[in-house]
Write a new protein. Structure first.
Length: 402
């Protein structure tokens, strides 16, 4: 019998997040908690289907009259709505035709199309990623052919931003390279730049020839839909050319529908046309044509004033629940007698935080209490609720005291 051509292929190492979830699913402990998974969960521990999504789906199913292909760049009403959400409905960058938006397969697909586009026209560039960053950033850009470098970001002593070290490193990045930034709710640390720091960063970039690429996956999960777009809008007002990868996985809870977008801000409308033509070529060799359902749902919600307002309220409820769990987590750790100060958790933003829990502590929490945390210490605050928070804090207290 002929040997299989794949016989010598070795198993890939498990993904640090997905592998953790697989182990969690196989755990028989009824008290188990997965704090590694990167999805929003409601107070019952379920990933919700938003009421606005239910209503938009109902309307779309009644309205849909064809299953033909979409345009390569996606649903036109969706792309227009994405631009309004990013820049503001009456933004100058939209009126001038400087923004090009294409539908993508989630935020990951947007990042990959952007990376492939950049590699085609800036083949010698390196990409600079914050230390730390979302695990998939490095893998994604390296898969596109880039050399990935890092710049300082998180200070483990203060549990905050090391802004001076970050800025010193960015000033030394060679012109022509790519700078990846988290626009809001930094993953995995929950540590963001202040508005004043964003202004300082944009001023430095305006004097260089670096290509900024903003990852914007959590709009609405920090302060609000409009407020969280501050960095994106500041970049647009600066006149810089840049890219934005945005996603509706979190703020629409549309994880499995893979609804994202890549937006590129150019110098003028003529440049936008040329850029769009090239991005379409990249899409053609990736997924060729986007899926319809999720984008139609988002477009319906964002373009209907009543549904849009209801969606904003639903996002606010998710955001407020995350803030509540941050406060409860810190309070209960103190109640359990934990001497270590976890107050910084309340100063971080979004779904994630760097807990400061050491790898050996994380290992014990998993082995002794079925508490699943990424070994870096990153925890998903959105996976906590009033039913499991006491167990989580009691487990951490026991391990830290022993």
């Amino acid at each position: 019998m002929q040997l299989s051509p794949f016989a010598k292929i070795e198993a890939a190492p498990p993904d640090p997040i997905l592998g953790l979830t697989e182990a969690f699913n196989a755990d028989s402990n009824p008290n188990k908690v997965n704090l590694g998974v990167g999805v929003y969960q409601d107070e019952t521990g379920r990933v919700p289907v938003l009421a606005t999504v239910r209503e938009a789906e109902r309307r779309w199913l009644e309205k849909e009259d064809s299953k033909s292909y979409l345009p390569i760049d996606g649903v036109p009403a969706y792309n227009k709505a994405v631009q309004g959400l990013l820049f503001g409905t009456n933004a100058q960058v939209i009126a001038q035709g400087r923004a090009v938006t294409v539908q993508a397969l989630g935020g990951t697909g947007a990042l990959r199309v952007g990376a492939d586009f950049l590699k085609r026209f800036f083949p010698q560039a390196k990409v600079w990623i914050s230390n730390p960053s979302w695990e998939n950033h490095r893998a994604l850009f390296e898969a596109a052919g880039f050399i990935a470098m890092t710049y300082p970001y998180y200070d483990p002593v203060t549990h905050g931003l090391d802004f001076d070290a970050m800025m010193n490193a960015i000033r030394e990045i060679p012109d022509g390279d790519i700078l990846l930034l988290h626009a809001s709710c930094h993953n995995p640390t929950g540590v963001d730049l202040s508005e004043a720091q964003w202004h300082e960063l944009v001023a430095v970039l305006s004097a260089k020839q670096i290509i900024p690429f903003l990852d914007f996956a959590y709009q609405g999960f920090y302060r609000g839909i409009e407020e969280d777009a501050f960095a994106v809008r500041l970049f647009a007002q600066s006149g810089l050319g840049f890219l934005v990868a945005s996603s509706f996985s979190k703020n629409f809870s549309l994880y499995r529908e893979r609804v994202g977008a890549l937006t590129i801000v150019t110098g003028d409308a003529e440049e936008s046309k040329r850029v769009l033509s090239q991005v379409k070529r990249v899409i053609r060799t990736n997924w060729s044509n986007p899926s319809s359902h999720g984008a139609q749902v988002v477009a319906l919600v964002l373009n209907d004033p009543e549904l849009r307002q209801q969606w904003i309220q639903e996002v606010a409820q998710m955001r407020e629940r995350i803030w509540k769990m941050r406060r409860l987590f810190v309070e209960k750790l103190r109640e359990k007698g934990v001497g270590r100060d976890f107050g910084f958790i309340e100063r971080q933003n979004g779904m994630f935080s760097f807990s400061g829990l050491e790898p050996e502590v994380v290992d014990r929490l998993r082995a002794e209490f079925s508490l699943y945390i990424v070994r870096s210490g990153r925890i998903c605050i959105a996976a906590m609720n009033e039913r499991n928070i006491d167990y989580i804090c009691q487990a951490i207290a026991k391990v830290l005291r022993s």
